[in-house]
Write a protein that binds this ligand. Structure first.
Ligand code: S3P
Length: 174
């Protein structure tokens, strides 16, 4: 079994809820890349995007991904855009099993509409934006090791599939 379990996937696919629960039941450490960015900068993600721009955020994200992946025993919760950088994906896959959560655009919209902390979705037509970003990112998410659909499912139901997939991988690895 690799040293870490890493959740990737679009905004609103449930990475945080799943990663926290999995960490809780396995005793592994929950680590959020976004939380580490916010605490290192001392300001929320919306402010970082607004004041410094997305490329600045992506550089912070990349530095934190490489620091975090030097350690083991973690359930790593990533931001939805982490997969766009080739080096990030390599580092994540080298140090962990990468699980991608999926949901369709309508589900994502329903799950994200009440929150204002995602600068990329603070636009006049968020559904169109979600579809566009989801299409553009699909090939990047497809590089994950394990894929799980989350539409119309509870966190506990998805968690069972996550555990089964990780167990199956351990058996495959002998
Ligand atoms: C982003 C997703 C966010 C956060 C930032 C950018 C993205 O994380 O990293 O707003 O590019 O998809 P969540 O996926 O946890 O919302």
């Amino acid at each position: 079994m690799k040293k870490n379990v890493v959740f990737v996937g679009f905004m609103g696919t449930g990475k945080t809820a799943l990663a926290k629960k999995l960490a809780h039941i396995t005793g592994m450490r929950y680590v959020s890349i976004d939380d580490l960015i916010v605490s290192s900068e001392g300001r929320p993600i919306t402010d970082i995007f607004r004041d410094e721009g997305e490329p600045y955020f992506r550089r912070l994200e990349k530095d934190i991904v490489s620091d975090v992946m030097e350690k083991s025993g973690q359930v790593v919760d990533t931001g939805g855009g982490v997969v766009l950088d080739e080096d990030n994906m390599r580092v994540l896959k080298d140090g962990g099993v990468v699980l991608c959560l999926w949901a369709d655009a309508d589900t994502i919209y329903e799950r994200t509409k009440k929150h204002g902390h995602r600068p990329l979705l603070n636009v006049p037509d968020p559904v169109a934006r979600i579809k566009e970003l989801l299409d553009a990112r699909r090939p990047f998410y497809e590089k994950a090791d394990i894929h799980i659909n989350t539409d119309d499912r509870s966190v506990d139901d998805i968690l069972e599939e996550v555990k089964d997939s990780l167990d199956a991988r351990m058996e495959d690895a002998g």
